[in-house]
Design a protein around this ligand. Structure first.
Ligand SMILES: *Cc1c(COP(=O)(O)O)cnc(C)c1O
Length: 233
């Protein structure tokens, strides 16, 4: 399948999921995760209208960021080491993997120094899998109280990764729980603004995520599968 066909197919699946759940299509945005593909393919993705690109490692992102620059809006979606904050800050507007206080502080300090605000999603390990990063749901509210005063962070929402399931329907409780946590966060009004975003849904489960309220889908293989150009890592 060609890129344009893949985009069309994803688009119709997103539209269908919106229709089923009574949502408006413009509530859901797509991040094309470019971590499997070459600079050239990422470039074509942007030309085809996929302007939000996601990367999970600085090393893989760097050559793409250098070539594409601000033709794309960059989303950092992977585990972020504190010592990499400085590198990603100028390029990445969004961080989807805020999962600890030390990282929040470092992001705020380094962003302040650059006169920037970083838009963050707090990563929550809803499923409780040991292999996954993210805060325990029970720690979420105290974490939010601790970071709420950091000047250069804007919290846009919550992020989660569902476990891999043969039957995507089984991911639904994970996505639903993230939505409930977001709603509770707003009821408690920990941040002086409303926190609306839900970064959830990947290639195998995005339709369920849309039905449960996702506002940002992170789509890799379904849009930009490994193009085997070699040496992307
Ligand atoms: C790789 C990755 C994705 C995309 O995964 P696909 O299953 O290929 O869509 C989404 N989110 C994160 C955090 C990732 O690392």
């Amino acid at each position: 399948m060609q890129l344009t066909e893949r985009i069309r197919s994803v688009e119709s699946r997103v539209e269908e999921a919106c229709r089923r759940s009574g949502r408006s299509r413009d509530e859901v945005r797509i991040i094309a995760v470019s971590k499997y593909v070459s600079v050239e393919t990422a470039d074509r993705a942007v030309d085809s209208g996929l302007i939000h690109l996601g990367e999970n490692r600085w090393q893989t992102a760097k050559p793409k960021v250098e070539v594409l620059g601000d033709r794309a809006v960059w989303h950092f979606i992977g585990h972020l080491q504190t010592n990499k904050v400085k590198e990603i800050l100028g390029a990445f507007e969004y961080v989807h993997s805020l999962d600890r206080l030390s990282l929040a502080k470092e992001l705020s300090i380094k962003a302040s120094a650059l006169g920037l605000t970083v838009t963050c999603f707090i990563q929550v390990n809803v499923s409780g899998e040991e292999t996954k990063y993210g805060l325990d749901p029970a720690e979420l509210f105290s974490f939010c109280r601790e970071i709420q005063g950091l000047p250069a962070l804007r919290i846009a929402g919550l992020m989660t990764m569902a476990p891999h399931e043969e039957d995507p329907e089984r991911t639904r409780p994970v996505f639903r729980k993230l939505r409930e946590l977001r709603d509770k966060l707003n009821q408690e009004a920990i941040f002086p603004y409303s926190v609306d975003g839900l970064s959830m849904g990947m290639s195998g489960d995005f339709e369920i995520a849309v039905e449960e309220g996702a506002t940002w889908l992170r789509l890799g293989s379904v849009l930009l599968p490994n193009d085997d150009k070699g040496g992307t890592d």
